[in-house]
Design a protein around this ligand. Structure first.
Ligand SMILES: Nc1ncnc2c1ncn2[C@@H]1O[C@H](COP(=O)(O)OP(=O)(O)O)[C@@H](O)[C@H]1O
Ligand SMILES: [Mg+2]
Length: 147
């Protein structure tokens, strides 16, 4: 590819409302369907769909709503969520399997297994959480698609 020539890039972005369990999953479904449509291999699409779904649900349940984006190019699928919610006081603790602060309402709908962040991490090649209590959380997870 010559200098200055644009690579193939797709960006999908959705804003996510806090506590909207009816629409929840719509953004991650859009990301999954787009990856399928452009011919991303099933195993990579599956990993990206898990990351997107769990990250989207965390915006709904914990983050006070926010924004989810998927940035797709020839090298990677990057999923980024940003919110201005309560933040995560102890990220290492939040990453432990089974740890949850989900409220009764979320639990009554089957959420709050405390497996979301561990599953995101497991399915990512690059994973980072940047969180500040009282300010919000940014999560970045990327899958290498060149391998
Ligand atoms: N965007 C977020 N904002 C604030 N806290 C979060 C966010 N995402 C995750 N957390 C915290 O990390 C914990 C673990 O998240 P996760 O592994 O997805 O489990 P679950 O969603 O089932 O609680 C949550 O219970 C919550 O305390
Ligand atoms: Mg979760």
């Amino acid at each position: 590819m010559s200098d200055g020539e644009e690579k193939n890039k797709i960006r999908i972005e959705h804003s996510i409302a806090a506590g909207d369990y009816l629409k929840a999953g719509g953004a991650s479904n859009d990301i999954k369907e787009t990856l399928k449509m452009i011919g991303i291999p099933p195993n990579i699409t599956r990993r990206a769909a898990i990351i997107a779904y769990e990250a989207e649900m965390n915006l709904v349940i914990h983050g006070g709503g926010g924004n989810i984006a998927a940035n797709i190019d020839d090298k990677q699928i990057e999923i980024v969520t940003t919110d201005h919610g309560p933040g995560i006081p102890d990220v290492a603790l939040a990453l432990q399997e089974g740890y949850t602060t989900a409220n009764d309402n979320a639990r009554s709908m089957g959420f709050g297994a405390g497996m979301g962040l561990p599953n995101i991490k497991r399915n990512s090649d690059v994973f980072n959480i940047d969180s500040e209590v009282g300010k919000g959380t940014t999560l970045k997870a990327a899958i290498d698609i060149t391998k």
